[in-house]
Design a protein around this ligand. Structure first.
Ligand code: F6P
Length: 503
């Protein structure tokens, strides 16, 4: 049976067990608490609270085989041009692993090592300077990964630099970031794969003017000439990236320069090593024991089998509170497609809306709807075993809440009073990191990257382009003259709004 038929049969497969309470599925198969769990290095994952059974899982694994998941993972690592709509290789794995003998992957790995050397030298020279603050200017993939990593991995003690992030084109963002900084002790890193992104060019110009010149400007780009030309940055202060690294997969490259400045180059490389362990696992492990395959198939099951249209990511660790922002781009920019790679329409639903926030704050905001709302929201709960804060009582409470929520979501609780009844049947996956370190963090992010690719294989879509974001950019550039009073808008509603905006 081909992949399309297997995919379309997931509904029927789900129909077989959808009315069976999740709590009963678990009670009837006590071994699933162990059998539906996997460990890869510092990550333990438990899928036992997903609303599937062994028969459904077998159908899902057959689906993964029918899209040749193992061979197509190898194609990614080998640098085959799997980004077909743009004719590019997708080699973010070569930034951290050396698992392929393909010449293109080897060459990419060598380039990555050279860039890392250059990056280490820049980190060292900045460390010897008077600079105390770094402003990282970039947006999307040139911002979200570094921003998350710096927030997650900077310890409580001040590092060598304070690292700030400026992404939004809204001038209030620049105003806020620059307030309180001293231009004489600040350096800026302009990060843009293309160096054609409006937000980064405008904010870069603000930084150049505020710094009073280009002396303390650094850049990261795949378009080194453009970076050099637009901001007169000399080559030795420009770190390279390449068209074989997608923006949202780029924190492992020199895009991670702000991470290295915040936590040190050695810690940055530990993050790459953690990702490399996940790479090796995903590439070499059969689908039934492969964590990324389990994760991806679970997402497909919830979307195409059970029909759920959103997915929450709920880290129970304050340090990971930006994870959902990062994953929104990784997952939704990659999988938010409705045509297959060959241009034909996808005939099943693709990406759900990803959203979330850190527990326990979220329990006091939107969890009411997750427990008793009419929409079921599958979720990834992410916990960290080892506490690094000196408040053990709080950490135990945090863990108690994590355990309590996933149990309550799954099992619910009956009551004669409908207002106090909990239906349960809310599926969750629990991911536990031994500790939050650069290594485990790298492994976690690599897991999500591979899961995204595997989901794209099932849906037959290209996870590595993002044409959907282009139209808005084009219309905005057409409308800029209208805001400057030099042109009129064609669209009547835009015209009415423009009148208001022009005051
Ligand atoms: O949002 C669209 C996008 O192209 C992302 O894919 C990318 O991460 C971001 O813009 C920034 O692009 P660049 O790094 O080229 O400035």
């Amino acid at each position: 049976m081909d992949a399309a038929s297997r995919l379309s049969q997931l509904r029927a497969q789900a129909g077989r067990i959808q009315q069976t309470p999740l709590a009963k599925l678990i009670a009837d198969d006590a071994a699933r608490a162990q059998d539906f769990a996997l460990r890869v290095g510092p990550i333990y994952a438990n899928f036992a609270r997903q609303h599937y059974d062994r028969e459904a899982l077998a159908a899902l694994f057959a689906l993964a085989q029918s899209v040749d998941a193992p061979a197509r993972l190898k194609a990614l690592f080998d640098g085959e041009k799997i980004n077909l709509t743009e004719g590019r290789s997708v080699l973010h794995t070569s930034l951290r692993s050396d698992l392929s003998d393909a010449p293109v992957a080897k060459a990419a790995h060598a380039q990555a090592l050279d860039a890392r050397k250059q990056m280490r030298a820049l980190v060292d020279s900045l460390a010897k300077s008077e600079i105390t603050d770094i402003v990282s200017v970039g947006i999307g993939g040139s911002d979200l990964g570094p921003r998350l990593a710096v927030d997650a991995l900077s310890g409580p003690k001040p590092g060598r630099f304070r690292v700030h992030f400026l992404s939004n084109v809204d001038g209030h963002a620049a105003q806020r970031v620059l307030a309180g900084l001293d231009p004489a002790r600040t350096a800026a890193v302009l990060i843009s794969k293309t160096f054609g992104t409006q937000e980064t060019l405008l904010n870069g110009a603000i930084l150049r003017d505020w710094l009073g010149g280009t002396e303390r400007l650094y850049a990261v780009s795949a378009n080194v000439e453009r970076a050099a030309q637009a901001f007169s940055i000399p080559a030795e202060r420009i770190l390279p990236m390449w068209d074989w690294v997608g923006g949202r997969y780029s924190l492992w490259s020199a895009v991670g320069f702000p991470i290295a400045l915040a936590i040190g180059m050695d810690a940055f490389e530990q993050m790459l090593d953690g990702a490399a362990e996940m790479d090796a696992h995903v590439l070499k492990t059969p689908v039934e024991k492969n964590l990324a395959v389990w994760h991806a198939l679970t997402s497909v099951w919830n979307r195409n089998g059970l029909g759920y249209s959103t997915h929450a990511v709920l880290p129970y660790d304050e340090r990971l509170k930006l994870l959902s922002n990062y994953l929104q781009q990784l997952v939704m920019e990659s999988l938010g497609k409705s045509v297959r790679t060959d241009g034909s329409p996808v005939d099943v639903e693709t990406v759900p809306v990803w959203w979330g926030g850190a527990g326990t704050d979220t329990q006091h905001s939107f969890f009411q709807a997750l427990h008793q709302g009419t929409s079921i929201v599958p979720a990834d709960f992410i916990g960290v075993v080892r506490a690094d804060a000196p408040y053990p009582q709080n950490h135990r409470a945090l863990h108690a809440n994590l355990l309590a929520q996933t149990e309550a979501f799954a099992n619910g609780q009956s009551s004669d009073d409908p207002h106090r009844a909990y239906a349960g049947g809310r599926p969750t996956t629990t991911l536990l990191l031994d500790a939050l370190t650069p290594y485990s963090f790298g492994a976690l992010l690599a897991l999500y990257e591979h899961s995204v690719y595997l989901q794209s294989l099932v849906w037959g879509i290209n996870a590595f382009d993002q044409f959907g974001v282009e139209l808005g950019k084009q219309v905005a550039s057409r409308l800029l003259p209208a805001l400057e009073g030099k042109a009129q808008a064609d669209d009547p509603v835009t015209r009415a709004l423009l009148e208001q905006l022009r005051g």
